[in-house]
Design a protein around this ligand. Structure first.
Ligand code: ADP
Ligand code: MG
Length: 251
């Protein structure tokens, strides 16, 4: 996909000198990252390299120890109210779907808009049906998560996030808990989101997706961004030994 991204505009996500520790263990070091509105970033790297932590920091699920993170100009280190504001702009999709098991698909999608936005039930349900239609499962609205396949549940999770009209979507290995035959339906949903211009930061090892959708691929190792490049360059001319080793293992 070739599009123009305005690189000079204020980035929608900006990380500056971010460091994160779990006790004495440094999980993120010197992370600088700018994501422009409309940009699609794929983050990859070995297990334990800090990818999930990075994503969780951008959503305010983890606090950083040093540096700062701004989302749409809002500084996440600015306390509770800033975190709530950022969360309202950022949709998150996890590996394990994280749907509420005791709520129907429709209720999963309407809960947050009704609770946190004061949207009426009628409006929330109309919005939910719109997005459930977009992920091609409107007919499942009155079922419970356990009655759906993994691929369907993950598409619900995407629809649920979209119901909050996020400006940015964060994905943390959204297909790695799925049976192989369900990976494509979730990737197709992500591709259609990308085509509509959504800003996306995706942790994934689906390199076909990275090749066709990403504007930039970021490779992390040991809590650092080791390398970042457009996919064409990343896959054909990786610069670092660690990147080459990683690609050698997964491709
Ligand atoms: P990745 O997503 O790349 O596999 P993570 O961000 O999940 O990596 O984890 C990076 C490192 O931080 C790992 O060594 C992991 O064990 C550690 N870690 C992650 N979360 C916590 C936590 N809540 N407490 C302590 N250590 C953690
Ligand atoms: Mg992870």
């Amino acid at each position: 996909m070739n599009r123009q991204v305005d690189a000079k505009a204020e980035p929608i996500i900006r990380l500056e000198g971010v460091e994160k520790w779990f006790g004495k263990f440094q999980v993120l070091s010197a992370i600088d990252l700018r994501v422009a509105a409309g940009e699609r970033i794929v983050v990859c790297g070995p297990s334990g390299s800090g990818k999930s932590t990075l994503i969780r920091c951008i959503n305010g699920l983890e606090a950083v120890n040093k540096g700062r993170i701004l989302v749409d100009g809002i500084d996440l280190t600015g306390g509770r109210r800033s975190i709530d504001k950022v969360r309202a702009e950022v949709g998150m999709v996890f590996q394990q779907f994280n749907l509420f098991p005791h709520l129907t698909i429709l209720q999963n999608c309407t809960l947050a808009p009704m609770r946190t936005r004061g949207v009426s039930r009628e409006e929330a349900e109309a919005t939910a049906m719109k997005f459930l239609t977009r992920v091609r499962i409107p007919d499942q609205a009155h079922k419970y998560p356990s009655q759906l396949s993994g691929g369907q549940q993950q598409r619900v999770a995407i629809a649920r996030a979209l119901c909050m009209t996020p400006r940015v979507m964060l994905f943390d290995e959204p297909t790695s808990a799925l049976d192989p035959e369900m990976v494509k339906e979730v990737l197709d949903t992500m591709i259609s989101l990308a085509e509509e211009g959504m800003t996306m930061l995706c942790v994934t090892h689906e390199m076909g997706f990275a090749r066709s959708v990403a504007d930039r691929v970021i490779f992390m190792a040991d809590g650092r961004i080791v390398e970042e490049a457009p996919p064409q360059q990343f896959f054909t001319r990786p610069q670092h030994e660690k990147t080459r080793n990683f690609l050698g293992q997964i491709l």
